[in-house]
Design a protein around this ligand. Structure first.
Ligand code: EPU
Length: 436
């Protein structure tokens, strides 16, 4: 795919598109499949590069992957699992954070793993200290090596009591994927409870795991000796759905998103309505549209589930540039997720970023050197510009801004968007965008 897109903006997006399985769930279900004795079958798998990266990595470890892109059905057979060569692993790691989640399944199956240095979007430090502490608590030994970490176990891994300092999605998944086959009981306190994590728990339960979730972010896992394969239909991508919904709002458009699922998007829908957007929920999906009157400014804080997702923030900010008044957005999950606003300013938006915690409670990033609050004054007409995509969600936001802006924009680095947005070019065409 060419990596430069010309966008002739200023036209409402309208039409119907479909979202399939969630980027932040599907690769993890593929990793979970490594724990099974037999083949797993995952439905609703999207064609995104994170799925390719994980297919490549599990393939290097001897798992057989068969992905029918048309039907979205992926089979994964982990029966011949073996240790992979470090140089090969390095070459396949790509710009993803998923490899760190291979630790538990590979430790159980092979007693060792090499995990390459992680990629992923540049939206903050993104350390892995929680992951390493958790693995050590289960009894794993970790050594830093050039290009990654080597991890091994001498005896069986054993269940543990873990208190997460922050409800990290990845650290919760690390605990789940390691504890299900560890000896004894694991208690995880302060866990993340995102819908993608609940779906991972459903997969693990189908495989034979015993997991209960309490109402106070405590997850209890009773280790089992054997796990089987699973058949599962992945939950839809609520980040992709919300991104297109924000695009409908920013461009004054009307998009029916087949597959969008109300229960996973309640918080987004409340905010969308407060901004002045309209939506109709049906059994097939959700229609998101601009009702024709002025949009309202809001005060918004991102947070872990059930709060407003950090990944919804960037596309929505583009729509807020078209609201009538001053919006305040406080980002509390990542310390550095407003870098994308510079390009929006170049396109005519009025956005200031601040170090202070604005509009809400003090967060972990307050009184430190992180520009993690934004003030957006609108409405401001946007004009076309030359933009370089910085990260996945910021990049999609730049695309939305270019679609909303009068005139032509040149967007560089659009390959990055295919990490998390399936067929986004054909979806743009289906929505009558003028692109080349
Ligand atoms: N954190 C630590 N130490 C750790 C792990 C996390 O300090 O060892 C901190 C992070 O720096 C961050 C916070 O905890 O400030 C939350 O990070 P979390 O671990 O929850 O994020 P993640 O698992 O790395 C996943 C998604 C992200 C999404 C976050 C939050 C995947 C592959 N990535 O990341 O998705 O923003 O959860 O919901 O599932 C995206 O899709 O664009 C994306 C960035």
């Amino acid at each position: 795919m060419a990596s430069v897109l010309k966008v002739c903006g200023g036209r409402p997006l309208h039409g119907t598109i479909t979202v399939r399985g969630a980027k932040n769930f599907v690769p993890k279900a593929m990793v979970a499949a490594l724990l099974g004795d037999g083949e797993s079958e995952l439905h609703n798998v999207p064609l995104i590069s994170d799925v390719d990266i994980v297919s490549g990595l599990v393939g290097l470890h001897g798992a057989r992957v068969d992905f029918d892109q048309e039907s979205g059905v992926l089979h994964l057979d982990p029966q011949d699992l073996h240790t992979a060569h470090i140089v090969d692993i390095d070459a396949h790691a790509g710009s993803s954070r998923i490899p760190i989640l291979f630790c538990g399944p590979l430790l159980h199956r092979l007693k060792e793993a090499f995990i390459p240095d992680l990629g992923g979007c540049n939206i903050g430090g993104r350390p892995i200290d929680f992951h390493l502490d958790i693995l050590r608590t289960f009894g794993a030994k970790i050594e830093k090596k050039p290009g990654g970490i080597r991890i091994h176990r001498d005896g069986p891994l054993t269940g543990a009591v873990i208190d997460l300092p922050y409800p990290s999605v990845g650290a919760t998944e690390q605990t789940l994927l390691t504890s299900v086959k560890a000896q004894g009981i694991t208690v995880l306190r302060g866990a993340a409870i995102e819908p993608e994590i609940m779906d991972l728990i459903h997969v693990l339960q189908k495989m034979g795991a015993i997991i209960s979730v309490d109402t106070d972010r405590t997850i209890r896992i009773e280790g089992v000796d054997k796990m089987s394969g699973f058949v599962h239909h992945a939950l839809p991508d609520r980040i992709e759905a919300a991104s297109w919904a924000s695009a409908a709002l920013a461009t004054g458009g009307d998009i029916f998103i087949k597959g969008a699922h109300q229960p996973d998007m309640t918080t987004y829908l409340n905010v969308f309505r407060k901004v002045g957007g309209a939506f109709d929920v049906t059994n097939q999906g959700i229609r998101f549209y601009h009702p024709g009157h002025a949009l309202q400014p809001i005060v918004l804080e991102t947070n872990v589930h059930p709060g407003f997702m950090t990944d919804w923030q960037q596309p929505l900010v583009v729509a807020l540039t078209q609201a009538d008044g001053i919006s305040i957005v406080h980002e509390t999950v990542y310390e550095n997720r407003f870098g994308f606003t510079k390009a929006l300013r170049d396109m005519g938006a009025h956005i200031q970023v601040y170090r202070e915690c604005l509009g809400g409670l003090d967060c972990r990033f307050g009184r430190r050197n992180f520009h993690h609050s934004a003030v957006v004054s609108g409405p401001t007409p946007l004009h076309g510009a030359e933009v370089i995509i910085p990260d996945l969600r910021g990049g999609f936001s730049h695309l939305i801004a270019a679609l909303a802006a009068e005139g032509e924009s040149t967007v560089h680095g659009i390959n990055m968007i295919s990490r998390g947005y399936e067929h986004f070019l054909s979806k743009l065409r289906a929505l009558h965008a003028h692109i080349e």
